[in-house]
Structures are given as C-alpha cells and as structure tokens.
Design a protein around this ligand. Structure first.
Ligand code: SIN
Length: 288
C-alpha cells in the first residue's frame, strides 16, 4: 500500500489496496493514522457490495443511521444513496438532487455528530458534479493572532431546517424530522486529540448564528470565516471516476459539490461513521 499527497496538497491518495478484502491490522492502522492526520483519503478503482462497503467503514467507527432513512438503501439503512436518479416508478432513489451544494459539514446539526463520511461513486455525469473539500486546520493556522483570539471562544448554533431548505427535490420538513433535529451549538474552534493542532469547525449552510451575538454580526462573521477558509490554498477538488471511494473527517473539513446537468445520471453511496474522539475531532455540543 502507498499513501501519497495529491498534487502536493493535504488530500492523500491510497493505492495498492482492495477494500473488498479483509485488510491486515497494520494496513488498517496506517489508514486510521493517515485519515486522522490528513482528513481526506481517496481510493481509486474499487468494486464493493454494500456489505463490503459497510464492513470497511466499520473498521474506523460505528456506522450511523442518519436522520434521512428516506435516502437509505433498501438493503442496509446505514448506506444511503446520494443521487438525482429515479426508479421505474419515477420515485427518487436518493437525496441531494443535481444542484450545487454550498460549503457545509455533515452532521453539524446533531448534538453528538458522526463525523466520518465516505462516498463511493457508482454512476457519474460526463461533466460537473466535482466535490471539493476545505481544510479548516490549515485555515485556522493562517488566521492572524488577533482573529484567532477573537473567534476562539465562540460557539455556533446549527439548525437542520436551514440546511434542508437548500436541497432541491425536497418535500417540506415533516414534524417528525423537525422533532429529531432540534438546534444545537458547537465550538467554532477545536483541538485535534492526536496532533494537538487547532482547527475551525463550521457549517455555513446550517449555521443559524453565533451564540449570544446579534443576527447581523453573526452573519458577517460566519461569511468572513467561510471566505477565509475556502481560499484555494486550503481546498482540494476531486475529479470523480467510477469506483472511487473518498473518506473525509468532518471534524476539520467542509465540503461542497458543483452542480451538474439534471438530465445526466449521478449516484453515490454514502456511509457515515462515529469516529472515536481519542483519534479525531468530535465537536462537543451544548443545549441551545
Ligand atoms: C454531500 O454533500 O454529502 C454530497 C457530496 C456529493 O454529492 O458529491
């Protein structure tokens, strides 16, 4: 197995490993260590059943069944479909449509977020639909000392209602989903338990405001941090191929997706993992 930096940036491509096989412990340990430190791992040319995909994910943490069972695989509730495709009855087979998804962090709206995400590309459009990641540890390091002092004590409130309103092809939020996703707050800055490095934690799409701040000042600061964190120096844009598996750590990364032609077909399978807090940033929460 080899682990190499992609284009000299923070993301790592892992080659010489077939994820459908039972991987030896030293290989898994090297992958866990690389994921913890680098945040984004890319594997090319994989061919996985949902069972094999889930079994690989379980090597890193317990699989989550997310708040969207309506996007879940018919075979496994812990594998969800991200797709604009429809079945023979015209019903959507997954979530998130074909539109742009602005910079966000999965699970920010959950008190105890499952911060590991994995995507497996099954069907892809001929153009568009790239996924981008921004490294919030690099972004933190590049802030001025005055900016660091200003934002370090802050907590951000997140509300899934705001996120859901940005999805295309979505019914209004049900009472039941609202009940399962009350607003929560997380620190804007966290410390990595392995490296000791600080990192921002931010999901601008789902952020309702900064705890205790007036709405306009909250909005301005969130926009300022978002603009800083998404500068090209901190960003990796993934050119998908069928068979790619990409795993990322939402504890210190945001991501976005480019739009694509809605008449083209795109289908990914996603798993979401509870990563261990002694190895990964898992932002704590407090009641709002
Ligand atoms: C997501 O934001 O989780 C989906 C990313 C993608 O569709 O590439």
């Amino acid at each position: 197995m080899e682990i190499q930096a992609i284009d000299g940036g923070f993301a790592r491509e892992v080659s010489g490993v077939e994820l459908w096989r039972e991987l030896p412990d030293p290989v898994l340990e090297a992958l866990r260590d690389a994921w913890t430190r680098h945040g984004v791992l890319v594997f090319r040319r994989q061919a996985l059943s949902e069972e094999e995909y889930a079994a690989f994910g379980r090597k890193f943490g317990e699989l989550d069944v997310t708040v969207r069972p309506d996007w879940g695989s018919k075979h496994r509730p812990d594998v969800i479909h991200i797709s604009n495709m429809r079945n023979g009855k015209g019903e959507s087979i997954g979530g998130l449509g074909a539109g742009e998804l602005d910079w966000h962090t999965d699970q920010s709206y959950v008190a105890n977020p499952s911060t590991g995400s994995m995507l497996y590309m099954v069907e892809m459009p001929p153009a568009g639909g790239r996924t981008w990641w921004a490294n919030l540890q690099l972004a933190w390091e590049a802030l001025s000392e005055a900016a660091k002092r200003r934002i370090e004590p802050l907590h951000v409130v997140y509300d899934y209602l705001l996120r859901q309103s940005t999805y295309d092809d979505e019914a209004p939020m049900s009472e039941e989903l609202r009940h399962r996703t009350p607003p929560v707050s997380h620190p804007l800055v966290n410390v990595h338990p392995v490296t000791g490095q600080k990192a921002l934690y931010l999901d601008p799409v789902t952020a309702a405001g900064i705890e205790g701040w007036p709405a306009d000042e909250s909005r301005d600061l969130i926009a300022e941090v978002r603009a800083h964190a998404t500068q090209p120096a901190f960003v990796y844009a993934h050119e998908w191929q069928i068979g790619d598996v990409v795993m990322w750590d939402n504890g210190f990364l945001m991501h976005r997706r480019e739009e694509f032609d809605p008449s083209a077909l795109r289908w990914l399978k996603r798993t979401t993992l509870y990563l261990p807090p002694d190895r990964h940033i898992v932002p704590p929460s407090r009641p709002v």
